[in-house]
Design a protein around this ligand. Structure first.
Ligand SMILES: C[S@@+](CC[C@H](N)C(=O)[O-])C[C@H]1O[C@@H](n2cnc3c(N)ncnc32)[C@H](O)[C@@H]1O
Length: 227
């Protein structure tokens, strides 16, 4: 009897984690359709048309080599108005704050934040390919006070500075817990605002050292409790 292999089934058998991750992501995206609409697959949206950048589209296989890949969310850009409203409702003077996008993808929130005069803009991203795209986008927009750090968010050492930290659907709760703790320690004695969108909002809300600030559209804002 010949041993006929069906390539697709063979791939599933060899990579069950990746397969179950893809199924989970498809299912979660289906559940998000009411709040986020259907994925369009459109390569250039109006933000990119206006800026000459490449920030649109969905990228699923962001970093297959990372042990945290199965807990990371695919790349999809934040709607500009969501990011703008979060910054505008944060009750901060941006010139006294760092803007850090945790899981920055192609860098759209950094481009938006650059209009508000933040001291420094930092994007953290574990996909090398997305980091390159983000750097190109920053260069196209001639943004000089921004840097992209290619690392897993669980490894990043946050600066000791007043911080506006943005999380737009970056990863699952176990990773979020690690990152929040690093953020808590690094920003002790400084002001911190967290803008959060994603499934982990209850985990953020449970942090005893944070308190709710505002609920702009599609985001929740939290701030560090005063000492
Ligand atoms: C939904 S996208 C958001 C992109 C960007 N913040 C925005 O709003 O346009 C989530 C991003 O988080 C990145 N990511 C997921 N897990 C990560 C991790 N552990 N460390 C760093 N980046 C991560 C993904 O590669 C993806 O680019």
């Amino acid at each position: 009897m010949t041993n006929t292999k069906i390539p697709f089934l063979d791939l599933i058998a060899r990579s069950p984690l990746i397969f179950s991750n893809v199924i989970t992501r498809v299912w979660r995206r289906l559940l998000e359709i009411p709040s986020r609409g259907f994925p369009t697959g459109v390569r250039k949206d109006s933000f990119d048309a206006q800026h000459g950048t490449n920030t649109s589209g969905i990228v699923w296989l962001t970093n297959l080599r990372s042990e945290n890949f199965a807990r990371g969310i695919r790349y999809e850009p934040c709607p500009p108005r969501t990011c703008e409203a979060a910054i505008e409702q944060a009750e901060i003077d941006p010139t006294q704050f760092y803007f850090i996008d945790v899981g920055c993808g192609k860098g759209r929130p950094l481009i938006i934040a650059s209009r508000y005069g933040f001291q420094q803009l930092i994007g953290i991203e574990y996909s090398a390919a997305l980091c390159q795209v983000a750097e190109r986008n920053l260069a196209i927009c001639k943004i000089e006070n921004a840097k992209i750090i290619h690392t897993d968010a669980t490894q990043f050492t946050f600066p000791r500075a007043n911080t506006f930290a943005m999380f737009f659907h970056p990863f699952q709760d176990d990773i979020l817990a690690v990152v929040l703790d690093r953020l808590r320690v690094a920003t002790e004695g400084h002001k911190l605002v967290i803008a959060y969108t994603g499934d982990g909002k209850d985990l953020v809300a449970r942090q005893a050292w944070l308190e709710p600030l505002r609920d702009p559209p599609n985001m929740r804002l939290f701030k560090r409790k005063p000492y």
